[in-house]
Design a protein. Sequence first.
Length: 94
Amino acid sequence: MTANPSDARALNVRYGLALRRVMAERRMLCPALAAAVGVSVTSIRFYRQGRYLPSVPLAEAIADALDAPDLDALAGRLRIGVCRVCGHHFRRAQ
């Protein structure tokens, strides 16, 4: 079953809020984080805005760069879904 787009957006926003909080605590700007993990500044901004959820390997790299393992765990948890029809768990592809 396909996940509801508004559900996916809410998960992305949740990660974005957490990312913004940690970046502010660490006083790290988007260009510095982008350089540290090897992605564009635009990508980091999109994650912060909740437009996208980073891949699991990228979420790990972001968490490492920010010394924030809770971000990596959050991204992993947000990628797990439950089918509304049969109740099986699945990993969101996004």
